[in-house]
Ligand binder design. Structure first.
Ligand code: SIN
Length: 411
């Protein structure tokens, strides 16, 4: 968007920090910037609240407990050595404090407990149980209070049904974005712009992402000249109910994710012959890294026709009531196992950023799934995406707020 093109617009808005997107990363960026005294505008095209991927997150949010070194090692191992150790240090070193400060002390999220203690869950490729969760609906339990908190914050304006179309750039800097609401397109000029637009799942026939995950922030940044990296590192989740033919029975038909936490509690994978196949493939069996399990599930579906997640080793209805009712809504007799297949789940690459979310464009940041921090390398460890959004969101928001405070209005 050039200066000449901006002359087409009669009106404009101004803000210190413009955040595009309303998942946990965008909301954390808004919080981080507001805490530093900035006026923040959050523009989101996502229907509230379920349009943001964060709302759909099931398993939970990993913390380092008392063994940060092992948590770092697990992330590096799951990525088969492709993650950036410096970025992993940032994530893990800030995990416990960020979760305590924002989720517990600020938003009052009530993670599941075992008596007085948090009930840490276990997921694939984690050496120990370290995942805070709320049933298997953790994203929802974080996202809704976060939106409510920022709605009530004097320094933050959340603009719903508002899509960012293009970054406003001038003399090598980003000065905000063109925003569309109800068919009207208006520039919003900002001292700093934070992209938090999520992933690309809507580009795939089967994905765990909500509709509208179309990589908007990555496209806008790339078109403005930002470096984009590792776009081939797309993660597939191994256990997604792939959906069924819609029948005239009034029931749900669509796909749904069956959280890795279910395997963490003992569920096993069986092929159409009823045989377990993971123990022969990896020493951690069903808790092998996600890419290993996804490939094995795909192979067994091709070879035998079907893979089911056998939940009989656990008290499924009691431990995962939300998932049990999703299955029942689709007419699945889960006592006979839940049919599963891999589906697109998470983009590990994205807009290249540093440890504060700075892109290669001046005054432009990217956080969450649209950013490539290097934390995940080619294969993300379970329950680190909400954490990455939280940690990088806060850091980027703080840095965005510290940019010299002047908003450049280009006329
Ligand atoms: C899951 O619950 O299996 C997904 C967790 C994640 O993607 O980190």
């Amino acid at each position: 968007m050039s200066e000449d093109q901006l002359e087409d617009y009669d009106d404009y808005d101004e803000t210190d920090v413009l955040v595009v997107g309303s998942g946990i990363a965008g909301l954390a960026a808004a919080l981080g910037a507001a805490r530093e005294g900035a006026d923040v505008t959050v523009a989101t095209k996502a229907t509230r609240p379920e349009g943001a991927s964060s709302w759909w997150a099931q398993g939970g949010i990993a913390v380092s407990r008392d063994d940060p070194a092992q948590f770092k090692q697990d992330i590096l191992d799951a990525s088969a050595g492709t993650a950036d150790p410096g970025a992993v240090d940032v994530l893990v070193d800030e995990a416990n404090d960020a979760v305590q400060d924002v989720l517990v002390d600020t938003l009052d999220v009530e993670f599941d407990t075992n008596g007085e203690e948090w009930d840490f869950g276990r997921e694939a490729a984690h050496d120990e149980p370290r995942i805070l969760h709320v049933d298997a609906a953790t994203g929802r339990a974080i996202h809704v209070p976060f939106l409510n908190y920022l709605d009530d914050h004097d320094a933050v304006a959340v603009r719903d049904d508002t899509a960012a179309l293009e970054l406003v750039t001038h003399e090598g800097r980003v000065h905000g974005a063109l925003l569309e609401h109800g068919g009207d397109v208006t520039p919003t000029f900002a001292g700093a712009t934070v992209l938090a637009t999520g992933g690309i799942g809507d580009l795939y026939p089967r994905s765990t992402n909500p509709d509208g995950s179309t990589g908007d922030g990555i496209a806008m940044a790339a078109l403005a000249g930002a470096e984009v990296a590792d776009m081939e590192y797309v993660q597939f989740h191994p256990t997604v109910f792939p959906g069924r033919e819609a029948e005239d029975d009034g029931g749900e038909a669509g796909p749904f994710l069956v959280s890795e936490a279910v395997r963490g509690e003992g569920a096993v994978l069986r092929n159409a012959d009823g045989d377990r196949f993971m123990p022969a493939i990896h020493e951690a069996a069903e808790l092998a890294p996600r890419d290993v399990v996804a490939r094995a599930v795909n192979t067994e579906i091709e070879r035998t026709g079907e893979v089911r997640l056998d939940v009989s080793p656990l008290d499924f209805a009691a431990e995962f009531p939300d998932l049990a009712s999703k299955a029942e809504d689709r007419g699945i007799d889960w006592t006979a196992g839940i049919p599963v297949a891999p589906a697109e789940h998470f983009l590990c690459g994205g807009v290249a950023v540093d440890d504060r979310g700075r892109t290669t464009l001046d005054r432009c940041f990217a956080v969450g799934e649209c950013a490539r921090t290097g934390v995940h390398g080619a294969n993300r460890l379970a329950s680190t995406s909400l954490l990455e959004g939280l940690v990088w969101g806060l850091r980027a928001g703080e840095s965005a707020a510290s940019i010299d405070g002047t908003v450049d209005v280009i006329e």
